[in-house]
Design a protein around this ligand. Structure first.
Ligand code: WTA
Length: 651
């Protein structure tokens, strides 16, 4: 067994060979330190601006930033038209790989045609800049086309992960007041078609007569399942968009025009609609994709395995790579369909050079065995990326050795839905990497690790309980929570209001060399397979079941998924404790209410929950129980004996 512990002396400096050809060099750090605004202005020059900005940053209305004030651009033009006009229309933008084995290569010229058709048809539907469009789709090309068509028209898209339930979709459609939903008939899930259009209908109609904002549902045919249909409201993509003209001229929008809303879990049950705008967001996604992945247009074949339903899909499948004229793989299915070789077959088939995934998948690959990747020629891979959760050193070393032939640099990229783009990461060819460490803020980004009072924690402090803060605004920062500015301020800016810092919600430490290690969430947000799920959301789904009086949910460490969801429930007097059957029913309830990804790993029926005298549930103690540890301090509990009963429930 490989050593699992983190060691700050275990460092991988860049090879001379990689450094010689790298996009980045150390001068970036110096330039950014000399003059941050000038540095970001230079990065913004990567894009095409219809009108140049007057001012780089206006922070006078903090914590709402304005970047590239007065500038005008079209995000889709930057991701598509520009490359065709520059003579790269025949370059493949997307090698699309369907789950059943069908595939499609889409060039930049074809992408432009399809985006133009969609833009023309959405205009015909009467949609206007500023309107919201919900996109509830699996990983099909039309999902990316839809996002780009919205961007092209100044419509604000809200992509809802296609694994989310009708209830979750409805909540998001209502919050954003979306006028249009774009979806597919069904989605492939390990060879079976799961209905999706039906889920949209359930979202819109299952609430009885509660009116919704949706005027039309646009449906892409994918799995050929039968779908419920409402004449006049529902429209087939192939009968409408695909018949529209391919001529469309992109109009410029203000740099601060809203680009998208993406819902993410917070500490309460209600998801937050994170709002991103155009110029700053595209500047930083483009900049980071270029330098952090050392991406070379026309040479690299890039593959980010995320889903467009998450921010990683937005920033590192759609906007970053396409703005940089990437040729990329987009894969529709799961890594083990039809078998565990699928990803490596795809790497071989397309000669993937840059591969970006989540630690949970690396650990799954480890479990499946190294002989699986070893059966394939992975020699095209020259850089590996990690995102979504801390990567344990053992997985890091395996990733580098087995997938990266012991030579590929690994970029461990820390960022969030809220930050919009990568913030902390090694720079390949420039800085060293350590297994498990995100290392240093990128040039132009400023972060600190501080204590409760805001005092910087010392380097090498092993017991450090540090919090990660961002002490300077950055171009792709969120501009607020949709419809709730107060919550925006309270969530991110209140904790260090005096200093004016952004509180990320993550614990962190600095090692003896001053390199940064992110340790995981310090709030009530769990991280399961890189997905953010709030304890409150799962608790509210559980108490939604008539048999549950009270529920407490914690994230317990899990060897594969990072954290697993463990729930403790008290039943109502009327409820019948039917043992396993009831537990299964409760798990199914959570899957139905939120998504299968939120399904608890364990549910324990307990007579009581541990509470402080003020009535707060002691999650810390429940986590101890869930992880099988000795109990921490129980002195503030009303009744320390409740643990005897809770432990008994786990036996
Ligand atoms: C965690 C995903 C450690 C962190 C892009 C953060 C990480 C949350 C890393 C955001 C990393 C993400 N090392 N932890 N490299 N990357 N995280 O919004 O807890 O889905 O706050 O964005 O994931 O998750 P989100």
């Amino acid at each position: 067994m490989t050593e699992t512990t983190a060691d700050h002396r275990d460092s991988y400096p860049p090879s001379a060979e990689f450094a010689a050809a790298a996009n980045a060099d150390a001068s970036l750090y110096r330039a950014a330190a000399d003059d941050r605004d000038a540095f970001w202005a230079e990065q913004a020059e990567r894009l095409h601006w219809h009108r140049k900005w007057d001012r780089v940053l206006d922070w006078s209305d903090a914590p709402v930033a304005k970047w590239f004030v007065g500038g005008e651009l079209n995000v889709a033009y930057n991701c598509v038209d520009r490359h065709v006009l520059d003579g790269h229309g025949d370059q493949v933008a997307i090698h699309w790989e369907g789950e059943p084995g069908d595939s499609r290569d889409i060039t930049y010229r074809q992408l432009l045609d399809e985006v133009s058709q969609a833009a023309n048809y959405l205009t015909e539907l009467g949609l206007e800049a500023g309107d919201r469009v919900a996109i509830y789709m699996p990983m099909v090309p039309e999902a990316i086309v839809s996002m780009l068509a919205c961007a092209r028209l100044g419509l604000t898209h809200s992509v809802v992960f296609a694994g989310f339930s009708p209830t979750a979709l409805r909540q998001r459609v209502d919050d954003a007041r979306a006028r249009l939903v774009i979806t597919t008939d069904g989605q492939w899930r390990r060879g079976k078609s799961a209905p999706l259009k039906e889920a949209v209908d359930e979202a819109l109609y299952a609430h009885g007569d509660v009116p919704h904002s949706v005027e039309h549902v646009l449906v892409v045919r994918r799995t050929n399942v039968e779908v419920p249909w409402t004449e006049g409201r529902d429209l087939w993509w192939h009968e409408t968009v695909a018949q529209a003209s391919t001529e469309h001229e992109a109009q410029p929008f203000d740099a601060e025009h809203p680009l998208f809303i993406l819902y993410t879990s917070g500490t309460t049950g209600k998801p937050k609609g994170i709002l991103h705008t155009s110029g700053g967001y595209l500047t930083q996604t483009s900049y980071t994709h270029h330098y952090v992945f050392d991406h070379k247009p026309g040479q690299d074949v890039y593959w980010c395995t995320a889903d467009i339903g998450w921010v990683t899909g937005h920033s590192y499948i759609v906007y970053g790579p396409l703005s940089n004229r990437a040729t990329q793989v987009v894969y529709e299915g799961t890594p083990n369909f039809p078998d565990e070789h699928r990803h490596w077959q795809i790497v071989e088939k397309y000669g993937v050079t840059i591969y970006y995934t989540a630690p949970t998948l690396v650990r799954t690959f480890m479990k499946w065995g190294r002989e699986i990747p070893a059966a394939h020629d992975l020699s095209s891979i020259r850089l590996l990326g990690s995102v979504g959760e801390p990567i344990n050193p053992e997985a890091w070393r395996w990733y580098r050795e087995v997938v990266g032939a012991n030579t590929a640099p690994i970029v461990d990229t820390w960022w969030q839905t809220e930050t919009g783009a990568i913030m902390i990461s090694p720079l390949p060819g420039v800085t060293a990497a350590k297994p498990g460490a995100a290392m240093t803020p990128l040039p132009g980004i400023s972060a600190q690790v501080v204590d409760e009072e805001g005092k910087p924690v010392q380097r090498g402090e092993t017991e450090a309980n540090g919090y990660l803060v961002l002490d300077q605004p950055w171009p792709s920062m969120l501009r607020g929570i949709w419809g709730d500015m107060e919550r925006y301020k309270a969530t991110y800016w209140e904790r260090y209001a005096e200093q004016g810092w952004y509180f990320a919600g993550d614990g962190a430490k600095l090692d003896a060399d001053g390199d940064l290690w992110v340790l995981g969430r310090v709030d009530d947000v769990m991280n399961v397979s890189g997905h953010r799920i709030s304890t409150a959301e799962v608790e509210s789904a559980l108490v939604g079941h008539s048999g549950v009086a009270e529920a407490a949910v914690v994230g317990a460490s899990d060897a594969t998924t990072g954290q697993g969801i463990v729930a403790f429930v008290i039943l109502t007097a009327e409820a019948k404790d039917t043992g396993e059957a009831l537990i299964d029913e409760l798990k199914a309830e959570v899957a139905r209410e939120i998504s299968p990804i939120a399904k608890p790993r364990e549910i324990h029926v307990v007579p009581e929950l541990p509470k402080t005298r003020s009535g707060k549930i002691m999650r810390r103690l429940l986590r101890d129980v869930a992880e099988g540890r000795e109990l921490g301090d129980t002195s503030t509990l009303v009744d320390p004996n409740v643990f005897e009963a809770i432990r008994a429930s786990r036996a």
